[in-house]
Every structure is written in structure tokens, then in C-alpha cells.
Write a protein that binds this ligand. Sequence first.
Ligand SMILES: [Zn+2]
Length: 271
Amino acid sequence: MKLKIHYLNCGTFHPRFASTLVPALSVTPCLCMLIEAGEQLILVDCGLGTKDMEDGSRLGLPNLLLLNAESNPKLPAVRQVQKLGFSTKDVRHIICTHLDRDHAGGLPDFPDASVHVMSAERDAVLNPRNLMEKQRYRKCHFAHGPKWVTHDVTSNEEWFGVRCIHELPGLPPEIVMVPLNGHSRGHCGVAVDTGNGWVLHCGDAYYVKQELERAPIGVRVFRRVAHEDYSAAMASIDQIRLAIRNGKGTVTAIAAHDKYEYKRIFGERLV
Ligand SMILES: [Zn+2]
């Protein structure tokens, strides 16, 4: 099946102090993918939701103190799906790279969709094991009772040399989950075969593409605190490099908060 990807920015953050301390993250999008797959639509991540835009306190203290989300009613995925002429009900599946506030905030806007995540990530939401997990996931994003579909690596299947999960229930075979652990307990990437090469949505496995070569100094410091398991996160970046190398020009990686990727996709700077 030929899949068509619409790229969406479903949330813009203006992190406090970043222009000085981490210029690469002075403004960050929440890049999501809306995939047309025949009759159905599939979202990869869903950014911030409509209620988050109305009430920033849903995003918790870190948003107030640091992340500083822009309140913009046009950005939630549900609004952009409607603007493209689709019905909200056409979104049958959402695959979340992980369930942080800036990736799962839109879930309540699609209560009928199946929500695909790694088992470990869903478990982290249901049973947070430390303060970091307690504060990063927002109960309000899951209060509607998402229709979870959880996944684990159960075979030695590989995607360009990297462990993966094929055959996701209800999803076309051109979509593959690629565990990229470290940022959170069950973080993963999502690879999509467009028929004209693969796109690997890496979520927060890295922040800006320079990290695949050499990370800017500010980002190097930032990612030490942002990733739950720093060593695992660095190993995941190695996995992304490996897939790109093995893909020989057919694999394009994107990350959720990469403002340079935003400019490449939309042709204008994010401000
Ligand atoms: Zn994020």
C-alpha cells in the first residue's frame, strides 16, 4: 500500500533561557506525522491537545517554569486533521514514540483511536517508579481510557540492522516500530515506507540532527538531564546511525523537536 505522509507541528515551545544556554533549542516544534493509509489515517505522536491549549496548567510545573508552550488553538492534531478535510474518526490508530506531555497531549481528542506504544512505556504511565516518571506523564492525558495496544520485541527481526517490531495489529506492513530506548522507559521510533524511501520518526531519541554527527555543546549538556537513561539514549543514537548507513540513502530520520527539520519540511523558520 502506498502511504502518504502529512507532516504536522502540533505544539510550539519557547523554552526559557534556551536562546542563551542552548540556542539549538531556542524554539522547538512537536513534529508529528499524519499518514494516509487507504481508508484510514494513522498519527505518529499527537503533540499537545485542544484542552492543553486552553489550560496550560494541564502540562504541569515544568511547562510553567521551563518549557513554556505556546497557546495556539490551530496546532492540535485534531484541528489540523479537520483542516485537511478529514473526519476525526478517520484517525483509527495513533503510534506514540513515548507518552510525555508533548507527545501524548492530543490523545483525549481521539478517544476512539487505538494507541500503540511499547509495553514498558505504558507501564511507566500506569506505575511510575520514580519522581521523574511521576512528573513527566500527565494523568489528564490518559483519563479518558486510551485503547492501548502494547508492543514488545519478541523476535530477532531487523530493520536495516536494527531490532524492530513488524506486523503491528491493524496497521499496514509499511509501518515498523523501532525501539530506541533511553529517553524514557519505553521510547521507540516509527519507520514508514513511503514507496520513495523510509522516514524514521525518532521522537526524542535526539533533539537536533547535528547529534548524529557531533552534538552542539548546549545540547550535550541538556541531553544529560533530559534522557532518563543517558547511556541507553546514546546507544539508540548509534542505532539510528546504523540504520541510516545500512539504508544507503533510503532512510531519512526526523526528530520531534528539531527546528532545523521544521525549516526543511515547511520551508520557513519556526518563530
Ligand atoms: Zn518531547
